[in-house]
Design a protein around this ligand. Structure first.
Ligand code: FAD
Ligand code: NAD
Length: 465
């Protein structure tokens, strides 16, 4: 039986990054993946394909809505959805191929097949053939799968999850989206841009409810302009398919029954940790009441040489969080003392405008009774945003009232996904709002809006509002 220093189960951004870091540190490393392609949810059916469709659909939308005003006239503009999906497949293929290359480069042994514990140190791999390997340390990086509601039967044809929504044959006329979170809004906006009538049904009284509430309000205004309909404070109680039609029944906030019809229903109510058929009981590894593998601050399970990372453990289900933990765990195994600051892991919604956040929300600061101040700046006051016709949204900075330290930054606007990095750096170095306000930001850029929001936070010094 082949023996390893580390075996990692799951090749998503947690697993493959962890494997590379282990190999860099000189450990003999195995990576086990049940599918033929590496990269996990993120590369195959998550981050990368969704962004490919978001980019393509946004190009179409701009051509349709904004080009004329820019002075560009097009004849016979139409969507070739098959080509759009084909391009997306190409992007995924290339990206996944890159991971194969990185595994070879780092001399990591890759096993394709379902990994399961035989005991605390032995893993059985059931693929084309059955193999067993032994490892001193094991990392569970098995990720997550779409969650559903108890009364919904996902048939993957008309009642679908994000995985199928990335592979439809044509642009639906009508789509119901259950859940106004990240997936619902990203994929909902892809189809709304392409002409689908999209109805979002959300249980809470706002969309993206875990983010700062100003962001949900701003984004909803923009997505309404795109034609998306929102039904907030609605409790879905029935989802039925009849041939090519799906009917969803829900109770509105007054308890009155409402009904929606569409060609497709996308169920995007969250994801669940995935440990099916992993044989955790054979290794004696515990899970919590939500099915997540329990870990301590070193990401060790209750069995000290078995670790777990990414979507299968507590915390945000984000690729870059999983990557951080992959690196972290490799360094822990190597006897180092790494650190992940979970407060500084940014969250992004890749709609247009984009939403990006880091640190505390205003609601969290209120609840923690922190004495804070707010500075904000709307994109409609930005010259750069006017030039590119991206004037929706704003940047909001939350800073400690006494010390001026930045505690949270929330952006809804053009290129917010990229701009949030400046806020992460600022907060990592514990910058004050005044620190940022005194740094030169190139003109004209969207980043000036961040500086203006910090100026606003420090004694209302903003220049352009
Ligand atoms: P995963 O990526 O889920 O990988 C786990 C891997 O383990 C899978 O390949 C699985 O096949 C394998 N596996 C499971 N069990 C076994 C077993 N027993 N044996 C062998 N292999 C096994 N996050 C972002 O940060 N940004 C985004 O833009 C973003 N967009 C997303 C869009 C969509 C539509 C979805 C669904 C998710 C998106 N996410 C995004 C979330 C992101 O994909 C996840 O947070 C991330 O993939 C988690 O990484 P992971 O390594 O923990 O697990
Ligand atoms: P989510 O948690 O973002 O949103 C789920 C939404 O469904 C919430 O708004 C919730 O209130 C709502 N909901 C729950 N039960 C409901 C019900 N019965 N009726 C109506 N609404 C209901 O989950 P998601 O959008 O499915 O995404 C899953 C995970 O994937 C998220 O944790 C997210 O972090 C990750 N993801 C990230 C990105 C990104 O980083 N850009 C993109 C896609 C997915």
């Amino acid at each position: 039986m082949e023996k390893y220093d580390v075996a990692i189960i799951g090749s998503g951004p947690g697993g493959y990054v962890g494997a590379i870091r282990c190999a860099q540190l000189g450990m003999k490393t195995a990576l086990i993946e049940k599918y033929d392609s590496l990269g996990g949810t993120c590369l195959n059916v998550g981050c990368i394909p969704s962004k490919a469709l978001l980019d393509s659909s946004e190009h179409y939308h701009q051509a349709e809505k904004d080009f004329k005003e820019h002075g560009i006239e097009l004849k016979d503009l139409k969507v070739n959805f098959k080509q759009m999906v084909e391009r997306k497949r190409g992007v995924v293929e290339q990206t996944v191929g890159g991971i194969d290359f990185l595994m070879k480069k780092n001399k990591i042994d890759v096993y394709h097949g379902m990994g399961s514990f035989e005991d605390k140190n032995t893993i059985k791999i059931s693929g084309k053939k059955e193999e067993k390997i032994e490892a001193k340390n094991i990392v569970i990086a098995t990720g997550s799968k779409p969650a559903s509601l108890p009364f919904i039967e996902i048939d993957k044809e008309r009642i679908i999850t994000s995985t199928e929504a990335l592979e439809l044959d044509n642009v639906p006329k009508k789509m119901i989206v259950i859940g106004g979170g990240v997936i619902g809004l990203e994929l909902g906006s892809v189809y709304a841009r392409l002409g689908t009538q999209v109805d979002v049904i959300e249980y809470m009284d706002r969309i993206i409810p875990t983010m700062d509430s100003t962001m949900g309000k701003e984004l909803q205004k923009s997505l309404k302009k795109l034609g998306m309909n929102f039904h907030l404070s609605h409790k879905v109680k029935e989802v039925k398919r009849n041939k090519n039609k799906v009917t969803v029944k829900a109770d509105d906030k007054k308890g009155k029954e409402v009904s929606f019809d569409a060609d497709y229903c996308l169920v995007s109510v969250g994801r669940r940790p995935y440990t099916d058929n992993l044989g955790l009981d054979k290794a004696g590894v515990k899970v919590d009441d939500k099915g997540r593998v329990e870990v301590n601050e070193k990401l060790q399970t209750n069995v000290s040489h078995i670790y777990a990372i990414g979507d299968v453990v507590r915390g945000a289900m984000l690729a870059h969080k999983a990557e951080e933990e992959g690196t972290f765990v490799a360094e822990v195994i190597n006897g180092e003392h790494p650190h992940v600051d979970y407060n500084l892991i940014p969250g992004v919604v890749y709609t247009w405008p984009e939403v990006a956040s880091v640190g505390k929300t205003e609601e969290e600061l209120k609840e923690a009774k922190v004495n804070y101040k707010v500075g904000s700046f709307p994109f409609k006051a930005s010259g750069r945003a006017r030039a590119s016709m991206d004037t929706d949204g704003l940047i909001k900075v939350l800073a400690d009232k006494e010390t001026d330290e930045i505690l949270g930054v929330h952006m809804c606007g053009p290129r917010a996904a990229d701009m949030i990095a400046e806020a992460v750096v600022a907060m990592e170095y514990r910058a004050t709002a005044e620190d940022i306000s005194r740094m030169s930001h190139a003109h004209p850029t969207f980043t000036e809006a961040f500086r203006e929001a910090t100026l606003d936070a420090t004694g209302k010094r903003a220049i352009h509002i």
